[in-house]
Write a new protein. Structure first.
Length: 133
């Protein structure tokens, strides 16, 4: 099982994981990290490092963040060389659900690609979609 860490501004990470758990049940391999407006960046980095150090990285680790270029993404990217980490930005609920329902034996690179595809495919302008029916 590939572990995932969700790192976001505010409480978004916790809320996304909680929402996914309402749909698929308890998720033990996805860990939220919330970075508040007034949180110290070095302390947030230490928290992420502690979590990454506690995970089994045999199959790799995915870090999902809310926005490329933001503090959560910049922190996540800083771990790419130190750990076997893939960073995926633009996290949404379908991406968390895809990560929760990963196939046994999947590689981190393959799962990262599938998570990206799932996230993108669930962004829809409802009126345009319905007009095509």
């Amino acid at each position: 099982m590939i572990s995932c860490v969700v790192v976001t501004h505010g409480q978004l990470a916790s809320e996304l994981v909680a929402a996914a758990e309402m749909i698929v049940g308890e998720i033990e391999h996805i860990i939220p990290v919330c970075i508040g407006w007034h949180d110290d960046v070095s302390e947030a980095r230490e928290e992420i490092a502690k979590i990454l150090g506690s995970l089994d990285a045999t199959q790799g680790i995915l870090i999902l963040t809310d926005m490329f270029g933001g503090t959560p993404s910049n922190l996540a990217i800083s771990f790419m060389d130190q750990y076997r980490v893939e960073v995926i930005t633009g996290v949404n609920l379908p991406m968390i659900i895809k990560a929760a329902n990963q196939a046994d034996g999947e590689t981190a690179a393959s799962l990262a690609q599938k998570i990206c595809e799932k996230g993108k495919s669930n962004i829809t302008v409802a009126s345009q979609f319905l007009a095509e029916l």
